[in-house]
Design a protein. Structure first.
Length: 295
């Protein structure tokens, strides 16, 4: 049985690690926070005390951390995976980072005799918890198939999108443009309806019954109208980071993205106005501009 690991036991990483346990894999987990390691151990996983210890224990490891700097440090830092993992082992970058950062990570792994799959995910905390994440995988031909059973334990829609590192992150950046602008449009529509005197239940019913109806829309409207701005697993800081990656890629590619740029700025305003809150708090920024009291 393949020995698996997850580094980064946040909301999504912990759920992914638990799904590996539930699927019957030997699953190891590491996080800098002791309380997250304890939660994983309580779920039946093997929590370890360092990156190096995990690297020595596994055949494949998912990196579900915040940014590219953390990915590179986990690989190349003191007692990192490059030194501790056995040659031929596989590193999966499931965090959303810049394409050039994952390209650098792949080169480091290749020089150390390791293999890398570039596999950002989409689906949020709920997708991670239910094992239904969409996974955009790019890497050497055949490597995904070698680990198909491991990916099936954490993802419900595992898509091979390219044969080299960087292509997965590029596809994720394109996806985030659509998600970010969709969020912004929903937020604006809800505030418009509110200020124009339309019952929120009517707005939701019509939106869900129209061509724009989707699980994304329904979840967003439910959270906004329920005034649930924290603890939903979709922090505004993460969305802002992702949209910044998208806009950086647009600059490099010579593409003008008016709507995505506006969505990024809305998330930036949310970070400053409501630090630590989730995506849905962006609606409060728009409400303030419309003269609505915070509620």
């Amino acid at each position: 049985m393949t020995r698996t690991g997850v580094i980064g036991l946040g909301d999504m990483g912990l759920s992914m690690a638990r799904n590996l346990v539930d699927a019957g894999f030997d699953a190891y987990g590491f996080d800098l926070r002791e309380e997250r390691r304890c939660l994983f151990a309580e779920s039946g996983g093997m929590a370890v005390g360092s990156v190096a210890e995990l690297g020595r224990s596994v055949d494949i490891v998912f990196l579900m951390v915040l940014n590219g700097a953390q990915v590179l440090d986990i690989l190349n830092g003191s007692d990192g995976l490059l030194e501790s993992m056995a040659p031929g082992s596989t590193v999966v970058v499931s965090a959303t980072i810049k394409p050039r950062e994952v390209e650098e990570a792949a080169a480091l792994c290749e020089n150390a005799g390791l293999r890398l799959l570039d596999s950002p995910v989409s689906g949020g905390q709920s997708g991670a918890a239910t094992g239904t994440l969409s996974m955009m995988v790019a890497g050497p031909p055949g490597l995904l198939e070698e680990h198909r059973d491991v990916f099936a334990a954490v993802g419900g829609n595992v898509m091979e999108v390219g044969d080299r590192a960087g292509q997965g992150q590029t596809v994720k950046a394109v996806l985030q443009a659509v998600i970010g602008t969709t969020f912004a449009g929903i937020f604006e529509a809800l505030v418009l309806g509110e200020q124009a005197g339309v019952d929120g239940r009517v707005v939701r019913k019509v939106l869900e019954a129209s061509h724009v109806g989707s699980p994304l829309l329904s979840n967003t409207v439910e959270l906004v109208q329920g005034r649930r701005f924290v603890g939903t697993g979709s922090n505004a800081a993460t969305m802002h980071k992702d949209l910044t990656i998208t806009m950086d890629l647009a600059l490099e590619s010579g593409v003008t993205m008016f709507a995505t740029g506006a969505a990024m700025q809305l998330m930036q305003a949310t970070l400053h106005s409501f630090p630590g809150e989730d995506n849905w708090a962006a609606v409060k920024v728009l409400e303030r501009l419309a003269g609505v009291e915070d509620g």
